[in-house]
Design a protein around this ligand. Structure first.
Ligand SMILES: Nc1ncnc2c1ncn2[C@@H]1O[C@H](COP(=O)(O)OP(=O)(O)OP(=O)(O)O)[C@@H](O)[C@H]1O
Ligand SMILES: [Mg+2]
Length: 232
């Protein structure tokens, strides 16, 4: 089992979009996927409620209903045989709580928008993950996802330059695209959509998939190829 935590205390940085998108991607690949929501707003759980039953199944755990101490025993509620656990975290998460959220994580993803405010917030978030969160650079489990990107803009170039200086890998960039707004409304991910119109998006998610999966011990079985389980 691989545990992927999506974290950035900056509100509206794209955490839920990334977490639900990952859940849809893994489900489309035929992996047994659990989406765990620590945000009291319950956005990921709402997405799950809207998810059409004919789409590949994602199991949900509304972790925000318990405190973290209790939540550790919650691990027992992760269905046996689960392959991937995706964790969505709330806005304004205090740095002192970072460690509790990331200590069991195989992968920690920080989504960041190309905006001046978000760039500064991201810098603080990475700093807190390294110090309070006790994530070590050499563990190579921390990555950034640039999101809501408009390519060929100055602010996007500024973001990429900033991320380069941080020396934390930028795993992929997700475009600012209407399909994500549509996906949020419908309980879908881009992997549930007709592939042709979202081909550029699928390529961007593929990079994320490859990076995450390169962290999996090689003994795990190879999941089903993507196209086979894709919806229409
Ligand atoms: N790549 C994208 N393209 C277009 N819209 C996007 C993209 N990513 C996220 N959004 C939109 O941006 C808004 C904020 O995204 P999201 O809810 O994922 O952020 P969040 O970090 O989970 O917010 P919160 O901190 O409130 O939990 C949503 O309306 C979402 O649909
Ligand atoms: Mg959210």
């Amino acid at each position: 089992m691989l545990r992927i935590v999506v974290l950035n205390p900056k509100g509206g940085s794209g955490k839920t979009t990334l977490a639900t998108g990952l859940a849809a991607m893994y489900a489309a690949r035929g992996l047994r996927t659990v989406l765990m929501d620590f945000d009291p707003q319950g956005s990921s759980m709402r997405w799950l409620e809207k998810r059409p039953p004919e789409r590949p199944a994602v199991a949900g755990i509304a972790a925000y209903t318990r405190n973290l101490a209790v939540t550790r025993s919650f691990q027992l509620r992760i269905p046996p045989g689960t392959d991937r656990v995706i964790v969505d975290t709330p806005a304004a998460l205090e740095p002192l709580k970072f460690h509790e959220h990331v200590r069991d994580a195989d992968v920690v993803l920080v989504p960041v928008l190309p905006s001046d405010i978000d760039i500064h917030a991201c810098s603080r978030c990475i700093g807190h993950l390294l110090i309070e969160g006790k994530v070590k650079r050499r563990e190579n489990r921390l990555g950034v996802v640039a999101t809501r990107v408009k390519p060929n803009t100055i602010i996007f170039r500024t973001l990429m330059k900033f991320l380069d200086q941080l020396q934390i890998p930028v795993i992929t960039t997700l475009r600012d695209a209407q399909c994500y707004v549509h996906a949020a409304e419908m309980g879908l991910g881009v992997h549930d959509m007709k592939p042709e119109p979202v081909r550029p998006e699928l390529t961007q998610w593929e990079m994320l998939y490859d990076w995450i999966e390169s962290r999996v011990p090689s003994t795990e079985a190879d999941p089903a190829p993507l196209e086979r389980s894709q919806g229409s």
